[in-house]
Design a protein around this ligand. Structure first.
Ligand SMILES: [Zn+2]
Ligand SMILES: [Zn+2]
Length: 287
């Protein structure tokens, strides 16, 4: 498989070629403040208010935001457009994806597409390759951003870029936790808020980094993308908790496939849910 056999229509145009190699990693105070706040809520608040009900809320909200939100909403639909669905369903799923606590949808798309593009170049910065030791990569990915000297041009299609709901979700991504926090407080008190919001966000952000780090460093390889600086790896042990996202070697080779677990026995909960939604006639999966 050749890295040039797939081209993301949003990224990199000949008139403004980007350089994936040279740039600076910059500390982002906003990200640090957000994670500091959530970690304090998780560690202090979570420890003081732990009940079976609160932990159940954490588990259920984690599963819903990761599966319907991050995997099906943000990644397979919003970013890759790998299946079709009504606008209201996309908005609902993208909202759940925003609740994961990483960033707003347009930022998620730009970060994803820039990294994807960089990994397909002949060479790229360690930030994109997850090539540094785990503690530095953790610091970079969770608390910093990269500023390339010559970033690629990214043109987001108007259907997405001009969608007022998406734009609103982009500017209010942190505040979207608030209505849920209020609901959880009303139903179960502070325990539900600390576990259903703070602990969930911290666990999901750290898990997202850990899987990203593993999936670019070690694991199974079925496919090799020729000419690409970075290869993806399949990490079978976390297929279930990542909703199938850890079949990352498959994803590098087939970025537009709505199914990530491609071989028999590769568990892909996101795909199972997508097939159920297809049977309910809520989504259309291209042949
Ligand atoms: Zn990758
Ligand atoms: Zn992707």
């Amino acid at each position: 498989m050749d890295s040039r056999s797939y081209r993301n229509p949003r990224v990199d145009f000949p008139e403004q070629p980007g350089d994936a190699m040279h740039g600076q990693v910059r500390f982002e105070p906003g990200k640090a403040l957000w994670m500091g706040l959530m970690t304090t809520g998780a560690v202090v608040g979570g420890a003081l208010t732990m009940t079976t009900g609160a932990v159940a809320v954490f588990l259920i909200t984690t599963a819903v935001t990761l599966c319907l939100g991050h995997s099906l909403g943000m990644h397979r639909r919003f970013i890759h457009r790998s299946y079709r669905c009504p606008r209201w369903l996309e908005h609902t799923f993208v909202h759940f994806g925003t609740l994961v606590g990483l960033a707003g949808p347009l930022t998620m798309l730009k970060v994803h597409d820039t990294r994807d593009w960089a990994q397909r170049q002949i060479a790229c910065h360690d930030f994109f390759a997850h090539r540094q030791p785990w503690y530095r990569d953790l610091y970079w990915q969770v608390f910093c951003r990269i500023e390339l000297d010559r970033p690629p041009c990214i043109r987001i299609e108007p259907e997405i870029a001009d969608d007022p709901v998406i734009r609103r979700m982009e500017t209010t991504w942190m505040a979207q936790q608030l209505p849920w926090a209020l609901l959880f407080f009303t139903l179960g008190g502070w325990g539900w808020v600390f576990w259903g919001i703070c602990t969930r966000v911290v666990v999901c952000v750290l898990r997202h980094w850990a899987v990203g780090y593993a999936a670019h460093n070690r694991g199974q390889q079925t496919w090799h993308v020729k000419g690409a600086a970075v290869q993806g790896y399949n990490v079978p042990w976390c297929a279930l908790i990542t909703m199938g996202e850890s079949w990352h070697n498959n994803h590098h080779a087939h970025p537009s496939s709505p199914r990530l677990g491609l071989q028999p026995g590769q568990w892909d909960p996101g795909w199972w849910v997508l097939r159920a939604l297809q049977r309910a006639r809520l989504v259309e999966i291209p042949p």
